[in-house]
Design a protein around this ligand. Sequence first.
Ligand code: DX5
Ligand code: ZN
Length: 232
Amino acid sequence: MPNQSSATNPRRIRIAPSLLSTDFAHLAEAVRACEDGGADVLHVDVMDGHFVPNITIGPVVVQSLRKITSLPLDCHLMIKHADTFIPAFAEAGADWISVHQEACPHLNRTVNLIKSFGKKAGVVLNPATNLAVLEEIIGDVDYILLMSVNPGFGGQKFIPSLFDRAERLRAMLDAHGRKDVFIEADGGITLSNIKEIFAAGVDVMVSGSGVFGEKDVAGTIQAMKKAVGNNE
Ligand code: DX5
Ligand code: ZN
């Protein structure tokens, strides 16, 4: 069973709806529904057609989102040459910026570049990437994002190795004295598996089709929080 010190230090779940699963012609309405449901963060998927086989959102969209919400914007960069684009995302109003370990040969430089803009810096791992690659960067990050699908598309099936990976990552963070680093998971998260994922040690739940595929977006976000016993 996962190790949770629930009595003394209850962990708070945070829901990060992924805007990729919305109708982009009605982005503002989707943001409003997220706010109504008590979403904690908005997840913005940035794809370049090189690192992943899809193209999505750029800094101009982040700039527009920034004007209509005060929720933190969590920009998940699935791109090569992240250093070239990080300043634009930071200036557009991103609050959290994460980059893939697999796409960043100079990861220490990239993470510190994100932090130089005063943003939270995250490192993302694909499902098949060994957690050991994090050993030398754990001291520098604010959060780790574990993919529970192969990145590129919304609506894919959850890969259950996430459970074991999250538990091992939590142990690794504890061993490094980094209890402040939060774990985010992304891909295939729905109301039906969220409780188990939280129990494995994940703090921030990205959910695209699990939220926007439902009729009642706000109600689904609320239900997700309730499912882990958190009504905030
Ligand atoms: C996948 C993206 C995800 C995606 C999640 O590459 O990083 O954020 O939007 O969508 P669902 O929740 O539908 O798997
Ligand atoms: Zn994502």
